[in-house]
Design a binder for this molecule. Structure first.
Ligand SMILES: Cc1cc2nc3c(=O)[nH]c(=O)nc-3n(C[C@H](O)[C@H](O)[C@H](O)COP(=O)(O)O)c2cc1C
Length: 458
């Protein structure tokens, strides 16, 4: 049985979707229905997470209307662009890492490199990029593409994309700007490097117009679950988000990722594995279950059906009997792991359509714990000590309430158990996570990448 992988836990706060991860959270009496367009809401959540010493704040993203039920019941169809929001939140925080999501399919490497280098400078070394290839088909229409690129094409692009972005972050050496007023020389031409990339997707000669980020490179985060997704994560990611519904599957994932990462001479301290985790807890299990039921009762069946349709790859389930079985679904290249989970729950465990959408609206396939504060703490510690997780990306069903509840009732218990030890300390996100600061590749060596040669012209 693998054992604990790190000395203590990394804890992320996944704070997307305004009022929380439960799809009906916006209907809760305590919820601020303007949350998805209210900076003040996110400032409050950020300060709460930072006060309780979460390592990172995380915002997911897709360039498309989210949970688009088209009937008006979805409470999070619109949301802030994450990098823009993170730049604002950088000004109201000092310590917490800022993980924003951007798509390699629907952006260009040059502009993305500028954006994350700028966020790293603005936040004094707290930026991280969650690299996604985007599984939402609607994004293609929004960006004027004839169709959503096939899965393999998305990952071929993603592999070259990240090599270019990291090469661009090395355009300027750390000490490229002596700014010698007496001699009138602002930068040292010998410390400026042009990236020359020739690949099957991109061909460019480029120099970034932002100086090297304080972290060298912002932290790289990835959440792919397919063969291609895992391989990209093993080669490049320093933090891996994953949706694992139970301990056994999480252990299999961790072992698989370590095996793949070792092929790139990357060992487990270099790769931090954070499963998503939704917690409903109380002083008793009964109290915890009441919190779940209160939110579940707010789901309109029409919305539950539209959300389930979205999660299985956009197949229309609106005519389904919600107390009946899920019909057999045609193949889809949507989110592979999530689709597999829904089919297992429906066809192996026999959940009917209502039970399926209730299950999926609480967690979208991530691990969900419902129980007393002590029981939830025990299970979290079990995952950590078994080596199934280096920590968690906490997905509060109701914001800010359940983030506060977790912070005040679970984190102290984890500290008492000696597995969560985070203290406030100055420094960059990399330093706090124990991740190496990347050398400037042009200073050390030529770099051979997945798709081509990087050369530098002095
Ligand atoms: C915690 C977590 C957060 C994710 N956030 C996003 C996101 O913001 N945008 C996105 O398009 N996909 C997101 N995903 C999905 C993955 O990035 C990926 O697209 C999906 O798992 C499909 O991976 P695959 O194509 O390798 O099968 C997330 C997954 C996890 C586990």
């Amino acid at each position: 049985m693998p054992s604990q992988r790190r000395e203590h836990m990394v804890m992320g706060a996944y704070v997307s979707y305004g009022t929380g991860h439960h799809a009906a959270s916006w209907r809760h009496p305590a919820s601020d229905t303007t949350a998805t367009r209210n900076l003040g809401h996110y400032v409050e959540v950020t300060r709460l997470a930072e006060q309780h010493l979460f390592d990172t704040l995380f915002l997911s993203d897709a360039p498309a209307v989210f949970n688009d039920d088209r009937a008006g019941f979805g409470g999070r169809v619109t949301f802030f662009e994450p990098l823009t929001l993170m730049s604002a939140l950088a000004m109201v925080s000092q310590d917490i890492g800022l993980v924003a999501t951007s798509s390699t399919t629907y952006k260009e490497p040059y502009n993305l490199a500028r954006e994350y280098a700028s966020l790293d400078i603005i936040s004094e070394g707290r930026a991280a990029w969650n690299l996604v290839t985007t599984s939402k088909q609607a994004a293609a229409r929004n960006l004027g593409l004839p169709s959503h690129p096939a899965h393999a094409e998305r990952y071929r692009r993603a592999n070259e994309f990240i090599d270019i972005v990291q090469g661009l972050w090395d355009t300027w050496e750390d000490d490229a700007f002596p700014a010698d007023k007496a001699k009138g020389r602002f930068y040292d031409p010998a410390k400026r490097h042009e990236l020359r990339h020739r690949g099957s997707v991109f061909s460019l000669d480029a120099e970034l117009n932002v100086s090297r980020p304080p972290q060298g490179h912002p932290v790289i985060v990835q959440a792919g679950s397919s063969e291609a997704g895992r391989e990209l994560a093993a080669r490049t990611a320093e933090m891996v988000f994953t949706a694992q519904p139970d301990l056994e599957s999480a252990l299999v994932f961790a072992k698989d990722l370590d095996r793949r990462a070792s092929r790139y001479a990357r060992l487990n301290p270099d790769v931090i594995i954070l499963p998503g985790l939704t917690v409903y807890a109380g002083t008793t299990e009964k109290e915890a279950r009441e919190k779940v039921e209160e939110l579940q009762s707010l789901i309109r069946p029409e919305f539950g059906l539209s959300m389930l349709s979205d999660l299985v790859g956009g197949f229309d389930l609106s005519s389904c009997d919600i107390e009946g079985p899920l019909p057999r679904l045609p193949p889809s290249n949507a989110n592979t792991s999530r689709r597999a989970l829904i089919e297992r729950l429906a066809y192996d465990e026999g959940l009917n359509v209502r039970q399926l959408y209730e299950r999926m609206t609480t967690s979208r396939g991530h691990m969900t714990l419902i129980g007393s504060y002590d029981a939830v703490t025990d299970e979290i510690v079990r995952w950590f000590e078994s080596g199934a997780a280096d920590g968690f990306n906490i997905m509060p069903p109701l914001l800010p309430e359940s983030l506060g509840d977790f912070s005040e009732n679970i984190l102290p218990r984890l500290r008492h158990r000696g597995v969560f030890k985070r203290r406030y300390r100055p420094g960059t996100l990399r330093e706090k996570l124990g991740l190496r600061r990347p050398e400037n590749r042009y200073v050390t060596q030529n770099v051979t990448t997945s798709e081509g040669e990087h050369h530098h012209a002095r």
